[in-house]
Design a binder for this molecule. Structure first.
Ligand SMILES: *Cc1c(COP(=O)(O)O)cnc(C)c1O
Length: 426
Protein backbone atom coordinates (compact mmCIF):
# COMPACT_ATOMS: atom_id res chain seq x y z
CA UNK A 1 0.00 0.00 0.00
CA UNK A 2 1.33 3.41 -0.95
CA UNK A 3 1.00 5.83 1.91
CA UNK A 4 -0.13 9.42 1.77
CA UNK A 5 2.12 12.01 0.21
CA UNK A 6 5.83 11.62 0.67
CA UNK A 7 6.41 15.37 0.83
CA UNK A 8 6.57 16.29 4.49
CA UNK A 9 4.52 19.00 6.11
CA UNK A 10 7.75 20.76 7.08
CA UNK A 11 8.76 20.95 3.42
CA UNK A 12 5.45 22.58 2.51
CA UNK A 13 5.79 25.06 5.35
CA UNK A 14 9.29 25.91 4.22
CA UNK A 15 8.01 26.75 0.73
CA UNK A 16 5.45 29.07 2.32
CA UNK A 17 8.14 30.87 4.26
CA UNK A 18 9.98 31.57 1.02
CA UNK A 19 6.89 32.56 -0.99
CA UNK A 20 4.11 33.75 1.31
CA UNK A 21 1.92 35.52 -1.25
CA UNK A 22 -0.43 38.14 0.21
CA UNK A 23 -2.32 36.03 2.68
CA UNK A 24 -1.83 38.69 5.38
CA UNK A 25 -4.13 41.02 3.43
CA UNK A 26 -7.08 38.60 3.63
CA UNK A 27 -9.45 37.26 6.26
CA UNK A 28 -9.08 33.48 6.20
CA UNK A 29 -12.09 31.64 7.69
CA UNK A 30 -11.32 29.74 10.90
CA UNK A 31 -11.51 25.93 10.97
CA UNK A 32 -13.13 25.34 14.32
CA UNK A 33 -12.10 22.23 16.14
CA UNK A 34 -9.65 20.91 13.54
CA UNK A 35 -5.90 20.41 13.64
CA UNK A 36 -5.30 23.84 12.10
CA UNK A 37 -6.67 27.23 13.08
CA UNK A 38 -7.72 28.19 9.54
CA UNK A 39 -9.40 26.38 6.69
CA UNK A 40 -7.41 25.34 3.63
CA UNK A 41 -9.46 27.31 1.13
CA UNK A 42 -9.72 26.01 -2.43
CA UNK A 43 -13.05 27.58 -3.39
CA UNK A 44 -11.72 30.98 -4.47
CA UNK A 45 -12.90 30.11 -7.99
CA UNK A 46 -16.42 30.08 -6.58
CA UNK A 47 -16.28 32.82 -3.97
CA UNK A 48 -13.00 34.61 -3.26
CA UNK A 49 -12.07 35.54 0.31
CA UNK A 50 -12.47 39.01 1.76
CA UNK A 51 -9.56 41.43 1.65
CA UNK A 52 -9.16 43.07 5.06
CA UNK A 53 -9.26 46.51 3.44
CA UNK A 54 -12.76 45.85 2.08
CA UNK A 55 -14.47 46.27 5.43
CA UNK A 56 -12.60 49.48 6.25
CA UNK A 57 -13.19 51.12 2.89
CA UNK A 58 -16.82 50.05 2.62
CA UNK A 59 -17.45 51.60 6.05
CA UNK A 60 -15.81 54.84 4.84
CA UNK A 61 -18.19 54.93 1.89
CA UNK A 62 -21.17 54.15 4.12
CA UNK A 63 -20.14 56.92 6.51
CA UNK A 64 -20.04 59.45 3.67
CA UNK A 65 -23.75 58.78 3.29
CA UNK A 66 -24.33 59.39 7.01
CA UNK A 67 -22.32 62.59 7.00
CA UNK A 68 -23.41 64.09 3.70
CA UNK A 69 -26.76 62.73 2.53
CA UNK A 70 -27.40 63.70 -1.07
CA UNK A 71 -24.33 65.92 -1.13
CA UNK A 72 -22.20 62.77 -1.13
CA UNK A 73 -22.78 62.56 -4.88
CA UNK A 74 -20.22 65.34 -5.23
CA UNK A 75 -18.60 65.77 -1.81
CA UNK A 76 -17.94 62.25 -0.51
CA UNK A 77 -14.30 61.23 -0.05
CA UNK A 78 -14.94 59.13 -3.14
CA UNK A 79 -17.79 61.06 -4.78
CA UNK A 80 -20.64 58.83 -5.91
CA UNK A 81 -21.42 60.44 -9.26
CA UNK A 82 -18.12 59.45 -10.91
CA UNK A 83 -17.51 56.51 -8.53
CA UNK A 84 -17.58 53.86 -11.25
CA UNK A 85 -14.73 55.61 -13.02
CA UNK A 86 -12.45 54.69 -10.09
CA UNK A 87 -12.88 51.05 -11.13
CA UNK A 88 -12.39 51.50 -14.85
CA UNK A 89 -8.61 51.98 -14.86
CA UNK A 90 -7.67 48.98 -12.70
CA UNK A 91 -10.30 46.77 -14.38
CA UNK A 92 -9.01 47.68 -17.84
CA UNK A 93 -5.42 46.89 -16.87
CA UNK A 94 -6.49 43.55 -15.45
CA UNK A 95 -8.11 42.43 -18.71
CA UNK A 96 -5.69 44.10 -21.11
CA UNK A 97 -8.08 46.71 -22.42
CA UNK A 98 -8.30 50.45 -22.86
CA UNK A 99 -10.23 52.28 -20.12
CA UNK A 100 -12.70 53.38 -22.81
CA UNK A 101 -13.42 49.71 -23.56
CA UNK A 102 -14.14 48.78 -19.94
CA UNK A 103 -16.98 49.29 -17.50
CA UNK A 104 -17.96 47.71 -14.17
CA UNK A 105 -21.73 47.35 -13.81
CA UNK A 106 -24.61 44.96 -13.07
CA UNK A 107 -23.99 41.25 -12.74
CA UNK A 108 -22.44 38.85 -15.21
CA UNK A 109 -25.45 37.31 -16.92
CA UNK A 110 -27.15 40.69 -17.12
CA UNK A 111 -24.08 42.05 -18.88
CA UNK A 112 -24.05 39.10 -21.28
CA UNK A 113 -27.63 39.93 -22.20
CA UNK A 114 -26.95 43.65 -22.62
CA UNK A 115 -23.97 42.85 -24.82
CA UNK A 116 -25.90 40.29 -26.86
CA UNK A 117 -28.52 42.96 -27.54
CA UNK A 118 -25.74 44.70 -29.44
CA UNK A 119 -23.71 41.75 -30.71
CA UNK A 120 -26.18 38.96 -31.42
CA UNK A 121 -27.99 40.25 -34.49
CA UNK A 122 -29.11 37.04 -36.19
CA UNK A 123 -30.39 36.74 -39.74
CA UNK A 124 -32.13 33.81 -41.45
CA UNK A 125 -28.78 32.66 -42.85
CA UNK A 126 -26.56 33.43 -39.87
CA UNK A 127 -28.20 32.81 -36.54
CA UNK A 128 -26.33 30.13 -34.62
CA UNK A 129 -24.62 30.65 -31.27
CA UNK A 130 -21.67 28.43 -30.38
CA UNK A 131 -21.09 27.58 -26.71
CA UNK A 132 -19.41 24.69 -24.88
CA UNK A 133 -21.53 21.72 -23.90
CA UNK A 134 -20.05 22.20 -20.42
CA UNK A 135 -21.00 25.89 -20.38
CA UNK A 136 -22.09 27.25 -17.03
CA UNK A 137 -25.89 26.84 -17.04
CA UNK A 138 -26.55 30.58 -16.79
CA UNK A 139 -24.73 31.11 -20.09
CA UNK A 140 -26.68 28.30 -21.69
CA UNK A 141 -30.00 29.73 -20.51
CA UNK A 142 -28.94 33.21 -21.61
CA UNK A 143 -28.08 32.25 -25.19
CA UNK A 144 -31.13 30.03 -25.52
CA UNK A 145 -33.38 32.86 -24.39
CA UNK A 146 -31.66 35.26 -26.80
CA UNK A 147 -32.26 32.87 -29.69
CA UNK A 148 -35.91 32.54 -28.68
CA UNK A 149 -36.22 36.32 -28.30
CA UNK A 150 -35.16 36.66 -31.93
CA UNK A 151 -37.69 34.04 -33.06
CA UNK A 152 -35.32 31.08 -33.42
CA UNK A 153 -35.65 27.65 -31.88
CA UNK A 154 -32.99 27.37 -29.15
CA UNK A 155 -32.40 23.72 -30.01
CA UNK A 156 -31.61 24.67 -33.58
CA UNK A 157 -29.75 27.90 -32.91
CA UNK A 158 -27.45 26.85 -30.08
CA UNK A 159 -24.48 24.66 -31.03
CA UNK A 160 -22.87 22.92 -28.05
CA UNK A 161 -19.23 21.93 -28.43
CA UNK A 162 -18.30 18.57 -26.95
CA UNK A 163 -14.82 17.14 -26.34
CA UNK A 164 -13.88 14.10 -28.41
CA UNK A 165 -15.12 10.78 -27.04
CA UNK A 166 -12.92 9.76 -24.14
CA UNK A 167 -11.52 13.29 -23.73
CA UNK A 168 -12.43 15.86 -21.11
CA UNK A 169 -11.45 19.18 -22.66
CA UNK A 170 -11.91 20.88 -26.02
CA UNK A 171 -9.21 21.03 -28.66
CA UNK A 172 -8.77 24.40 -30.34
CA UNK A 173 -8.75 22.81 -33.80
CA UNK A 174 -12.09 21.12 -33.09
CA UNK A 175 -13.60 24.41 -31.96
CA UNK A 176 -12.36 26.14 -35.09
CA UNK A 177 -13.78 23.43 -37.29
CA UNK A 178 -17.29 24.07 -35.95
CA UNK A 179 -17.30 27.72 -36.97
CA UNK A 180 -19.55 27.39 -40.01
CA UNK A 181 -20.94 30.27 -42.12
CA UNK A 182 -24.25 30.15 -40.22
CA UNK A 183 -22.58 31.04 -36.89
CA UNK A 184 -23.53 34.53 -35.75
CA UNK A 185 -21.94 34.44 -32.32
CA UNK A 186 -19.26 32.45 -30.51
CA UNK A 187 -19.62 32.79 -26.74
CA UNK A 188 -17.24 30.62 -24.76
CA UNK A 189 -15.79 30.63 -21.27
CA UNK A 190 -12.19 31.87 -21.27
CA UNK A 191 -11.47 29.33 -18.53
CA UNK A 192 -14.03 26.56 -18.34
CA UNK A 193 -15.71 26.52 -14.93
CA UNK A 194 -15.86 22.73 -14.75
CA UNK A 195 -12.63 21.47 -16.28
CA UNK A 196 -10.41 24.50 -15.65
CA UNK A 197 -9.32 24.51 -19.31
CA UNK A 198 -7.93 27.85 -20.47
CA UNK A 199 -9.08 28.34 -24.04
CA UNK A 200 -6.86 29.77 -26.76
CA UNK A 201 -8.73 33.06 -26.76
CA UNK A 202 -6.72 34.81 -29.53
CA UNK A 203 -6.78 31.81 -31.89
CA UNK A 204 -10.50 31.13 -31.46
CA UNK A 205 -11.32 34.82 -31.73
CA UNK A 206 -9.37 35.08 -34.99
CA UNK A 207 -11.01 31.92 -36.35
CA UNK A 208 -14.46 33.23 -35.41
CA UNK A 209 -13.78 36.47 -37.23
CA UNK A 210 -12.48 34.59 -40.28
CA UNK A 211 -15.80 32.72 -40.31
CA UNK A 212 -17.70 36.00 -40.17
CA UNK A 213 -18.92 35.59 -36.59
CA UNK A 214 -18.85 37.92 -33.60
CA UNK A 215 -16.75 36.53 -30.76
CA UNK A 216 -17.54 37.21 -27.11
CA UNK A 217 -15.98 35.67 -24.02
CA UNK A 218 -17.32 34.88 -20.58
CA UNK A 219 -14.35 35.55 -18.33
CA UNK A 220 -15.94 34.57 -15.01
CA UNK A 221 -13.13 32.08 -14.34
CA UNK A 222 -10.43 33.97 -16.22
CA UNK A 223 -10.54 37.50 -14.77
CA UNK A 224 -8.04 37.73 -11.93
CA UNK A 225 -6.84 34.21 -12.72
CA UNK A 226 -4.84 34.54 -15.94
CA UNK A 227 -3.39 37.52 -17.82
CA UNK A 228 -5.65 38.73 -20.62
CA UNK A 229 -5.09 41.04 -23.61
CA UNK A 230 -8.63 41.54 -24.84
CA UNK A 231 -7.80 44.60 -26.90
CA UNK A 232 -4.84 43.06 -28.71
CA UNK A 233 -6.66 39.78 -29.17
CA UNK A 234 -9.38 41.70 -30.99
CA UNK A 235 -12.15 40.22 -28.85
CA UNK A 236 -15.50 41.81 -29.75
CA UNK A 237 -16.98 41.82 -26.26
CA UNK A 238 -16.56 40.13 -22.90
CA UNK A 239 -18.10 40.01 -19.45
CA UNK A 240 -16.94 38.65 -16.11
CA UNK A 241 -18.04 38.53 -12.48
CA UNK A 242 -16.05 39.87 -9.54
CA UNK A 243 -16.87 37.44 -6.75
CA UNK A 244 -14.66 34.54 -7.89
CA UNK A 245 -10.94 35.29 -8.34
CA UNK A 246 -11.69 39.00 -7.93
CA UNK A 247 -12.63 38.65 -4.25
CA UNK A 248 -15.30 41.35 -4.30
CA UNK A 249 -17.97 39.50 -2.32
CA UNK A 250 -21.10 37.46 -3.02
CA UNK A 251 -23.03 38.73 -6.03
CA UNK A 252 -20.48 41.50 -6.57
CA UNK A 253 -20.77 43.79 -9.56
CA UNK A 254 -19.52 42.46 -12.87
CA UNK A 255 -17.45 43.85 -15.70
CA UNK A 256 -17.98 44.36 -19.40
CA UNK A 257 -15.62 44.95 -22.30
CA UNK A 258 -16.46 46.27 -25.75
CA UNK A 259 -13.65 46.52 -28.28
CA UNK A 260 -12.69 50.00 -29.43
CA UNK A 261 -13.69 49.02 -33.00
CA UNK A 262 -17.30 48.94 -31.88
CA UNK A 263 -17.32 52.08 -29.77
CA UNK A 264 -19.27 54.82 -31.44
CA UNK A 265 -20.78 52.35 -33.93
CA UNK A 266 -24.51 52.68 -34.39
CA UNK A 267 -25.39 49.51 -32.48
CA UNK A 268 -28.63 48.34 -30.94
CA UNK A 269 -28.42 48.95 -27.22
CA UNK A 270 -30.75 49.00 -24.24
CA UNK A 271 -30.30 52.39 -22.60
CA UNK A 272 -31.07 54.34 -19.46
CA UNK A 273 -29.91 57.62 -18.00
CA UNK A 274 -26.46 56.24 -17.23
CA UNK A 275 -25.99 55.43 -20.94
CA UNK A 276 -25.82 59.07 -21.82
CA UNK A 277 -22.76 61.26 -21.74
CA UNK A 278 -21.98 62.22 -18.10
CA UNK A 279 -21.52 65.90 -18.91
CA UNK A 280 -25.05 66.28 -20.25
CA UNK A 281 -26.81 63.72 -18.02
CA UNK A 282 -28.49 66.30 -15.83
CA UNK A 283 -29.88 68.27 -18.73
CA UNK A 284 -32.68 65.69 -18.43
CA UNK A 285 -33.06 65.62 -22.22
CA UNK A 286 -35.54 63.17 -23.81
CA UNK A 287 -32.90 61.57 -26.04
CA UNK A 288 -29.63 60.04 -24.90
CA UNK A 289 -26.24 61.05 -26.18
CA UNK A 290 -24.16 57.93 -25.50
CA UNK A 291 -20.41 58.42 -25.22
CA UNK A 292 -18.09 56.45 -27.51
CA UNK A 293 -17.01 54.29 -24.56
CA UNK A 294 -18.20 51.14 -22.84
CA UNK A 295 -19.98 53.44 -20.37
CA UNK A 296 -22.72 53.69 -23.00
CA UNK A 297 -23.81 50.16 -22.01
CA UNK A 298 -24.60 51.28 -18.48
CA UNK A 299 -28.30 51.64 -17.77
CA UNK A 300 -28.89 52.72 -14.16
CA UNK A 301 -26.98 54.71 -11.61
CA UNK A 302 -24.66 52.23 -9.91
CA UNK A 303 -24.93 50.82 -6.36
CA UNK A 304 -22.05 52.57 -4.61
CA UNK A 305 -21.86 50.20 -1.64
CA UNK A 306 -21.59 47.28 -4.04
CA UNK A 307 -18.93 49.04 -6.06
CA UNK A 308 -16.83 49.71 -3.02
CA UNK A 309 -15.55 46.12 -2.51
CA UNK A 310 -14.87 45.80 -6.24
CA UNK A 311 -12.81 48.98 -6.16
CA UNK A 312 -10.80 47.80 -3.14
CA UNK A 313 -10.09 44.47 -4.76
CA UNK A 314 -9.20 45.86 -8.18
CA UNK A 315 -6.77 48.27 -6.56
CA UNK A 316 -5.10 45.31 -4.87
CA UNK A 317 -4.76 43.49 -8.20
CA UNK A 318 -3.42 46.68 -9.72
CA UNK A 319 -0.80 46.97 -6.99
CA UNK A 320 0.36 43.35 -7.08
CA UNK A 321 0.00 42.87 -10.83
CA UNK A 322 -1.63 39.95 -12.62
CA UNK A 323 1.74 38.97 -14.17
CA UNK A 324 3.31 38.45 -10.74
CA UNK A 325 0.22 36.59 -9.55
CA UNK A 326 0.24 34.35 -12.58
CA UNK A 327 3.86 33.34 -11.88
CA UNK A 328 2.99 32.36 -8.33
CA UNK A 329 -0.16 30.66 -9.56
CA UNK A 330 1.77 28.47 -11.99
CA UNK A 331 4.09 27.42 -9.13
CA UNK A 332 1.29 26.70 -6.66
CA UNK A 333 -0.85 24.79 -9.14
CA UNK A 334 2.12 22.73 -10.33
CA UNK A 335 2.87 21.91 -6.69
CA UNK A 336 -0.70 20.78 -6.08
CA UNK A 337 -0.56 18.73 -9.28
CA UNK A 338 2.73 17.11 -8.23
CA UNK A 339 1.33 16.10 -4.83
CA UNK A 340 -1.87 14.81 -6.42
CA UNK A 341 0.17 12.72 -8.85
CA UNK A 342 1.49 10.78 -5.86
CA UNK A 343 -1.97 9.64 -4.78
CA UNK A 344 -4.14 9.52 -7.90
CA UNK A 345 -2.69 6.46 -9.69
CA UNK A 346 -3.74 4.11 -6.90
CA UNK A 347 -7.12 5.73 -6.34
CA UNK A 348 -10.31 6.46 -8.31
CA UNK A 349 -9.17 10.06 -8.84
CA UNK A 350 -8.44 11.40 -12.29
CA UNK A 351 -7.18 14.86 -13.16
CA UNK A 352 -9.27 16.25 -16.03
CA UNK A 353 -7.65 19.70 -16.23
CA UNK A 354 -4.95 20.03 -18.93
CA UNK A 355 -1.48 19.35 -17.53
CA UNK A 356 0.08 22.07 -19.70
CA UNK A 357 0.25 25.22 -17.51
CA UNK A 358 -0.41 27.34 -20.61
CA UNK A 359 -3.80 25.65 -20.97
CA UNK A 360 -5.08 26.16 -17.45
CA UNK A 361 -5.34 28.72 -14.68
CA UNK A 362 -5.34 28.07 -10.94
CA UNK A 363 -7.94 25.32 -10.91
CA UNK A 364 -7.42 21.57 -10.95
CA UNK A 365 -10.52 19.42 -11.44
CA UNK A 366 -10.62 15.80 -10.39
CA UNK A 367 -13.09 13.23 -11.61
CA UNK A 368 -13.80 10.95 -8.70
CA UNK A 369 -14.98 7.37 -8.73
CA UNK A 370 -15.68 5.11 -5.78
CA UNK A 371 -18.57 5.05 -3.37
CA UNK A 372 -18.86 8.74 -2.61
CA UNK A 373 -20.24 11.48 -4.85
CA UNK A 374 -18.20 14.66 -5.22
CA UNK A 375 -20.55 16.39 -2.79
CA UNK A 376 -20.14 13.72 -0.14
CA UNK A 377 -16.39 13.79 -0.54
CA UNK A 378 -16.31 17.60 -0.25
CA UNK A 379 -18.30 17.34 2.99
CA UNK A 380 -15.82 14.94 4.54
CA UNK A 381 -12.92 17.14 3.47
CA UNK A 382 -14.65 20.14 4.98
CA UNK A 383 -15.83 18.73 8.29
CA UNK A 384 -13.04 16.28 9.07
CA UNK A 385 -10.08 18.15 7.63
CA UNK A 386 -11.05 21.82 7.32
CA UNK A 387 -10.37 21.68 3.57
CA UNK A 388 -12.89 23.66 1.52
CA UNK A 389 -13.13 22.31 -2.01
CA UNK A 390 -15.96 22.68 -4.50
CA UNK A 391 -18.06 19.81 -5.75
CA UNK A 392 -19.95 19.66 -9.02
CA UNK A 393 -22.21 16.66 -8.79
CA UNK A 394 -22.01 13.89 -9.48
CA UNK A 395 -18.29 13.39 -9.89
CA UNK A 396 -16.13 16.50 -10.22
CA UNK A 397 -14.15 17.99 -7.35
CA UNK A 398 -12.56 21.37 -8.05
CA UNK A 399 -9.52 22.68 -6.18
CA UNK A 400 -8.27 26.21 -6.84
CA UNK A 401 -5.09 27.36 -5.11
CA UNK A 402 -5.49 31.12 -5.41
CA UNK A 403 -2.16 32.93 -5.76
CA UNK A 404 -3.11 35.93 -3.63
CA UNK A 405 -3.83 33.97 -0.46
CA UNK A 406 -3.43 30.20 -0.88
CA UNK A 407 -0.32 28.47 0.37
CA UNK A 408 1.79 25.40 -0.35
CA UNK A 409 0.74 24.06 3.03
CA UNK A 410 -2.92 24.33 1.98
CA UNK A 411 -2.08 22.13 -1.03
CA UNK A 412 -0.34 19.66 1.24
CA UNK A 413 -3.37 19.55 3.55
CA UNK A 414 -5.78 18.95 0.67
CA UNK A 415 -3.80 16.09 -0.81
CA UNK A 416 -3.09 14.56 2.59
CA UNK A 417 -6.82 14.64 3.34
CA UNK A 418 -7.75 13.12 -0.04
CA UNK A 419 -5.19 10.37 0.50
CA UNK A 420 -6.78 9.50 3.82
CA UNK A 421 -10.38 9.77 2.69
CA UNK A 422 -10.37 8.13 -0.74
CA UNK A 423 -9.62 4.41 -0.44
CA UNK A 424 -7.13 2.87 -2.82
CA UNK A 425 -8.36 0.72 -5.71
CA UNK A 426 -8.81 -2.94 -4.82
C1 LIG B 1 -20.06 32.08 -12.05
C2 LIG B 1 -20.52 32.09 -13.44
C3 LIG B 1 -21.76 32.67 -13.79
C4 LIG B 1 -22.67 33.27 -12.76
O1 LIG B 1 -23.53 34.22 -13.33
P1 LIG B 1 -24.09 35.45 -12.48
O2 LIG B 1 -24.80 36.26 -13.49
O3 LIG B 1 -22.91 36.13 -11.85
O4 LIG B 1 -24.98 34.90 -11.43
C5 LIG B 1 -22.10 32.67 -15.13
N1 LIG B 1 -21.30 32.13 -16.06
C6 LIG B 1 -20.13 31.54 -15.75
C7 LIG B 1 -19.27 30.93 -16.82
C8 LIG B 1 -19.72 31.49 -14.43
O5 LIG B 1 -18.57 30.88 -14.11
Amino acid sequence: MTGPVTVTEAEALKLDAGDPGHRDLFDIPPADGGSYPEVAYFAGNSLGLRPKATRVELLEDLDSWAALGVEGHLDATRPWLPYHELLTGPASRLIGALPSETVVMNSLTVNLHLLMVSFYRPTAERFRIVIEDSAFPSDSYAVRSQARFHGFSPAEAVVRLKPRPGEDVLRTADVVEQLAPDVALVLLGGVNYLTGELMDIPAITAAGHAAGAVVGWDLAHAAGNVPLSLHDWDVDFAAWCSYKYLNSGPGALAGAFVHERHLGEDLQRFEGWWSTDATSRFEMAPESRPPATADAWQVSNPPIFSMSPVRTSLELFDKVGIGVLRERSVQLTAYLERLLAEITPARPLQLITPSDPARRGAQLSLRIGGARTAGELAKVLRYEFGVIADAREPDVLRLAPVPLYSQYHDCWRAVQALAEVVPENE
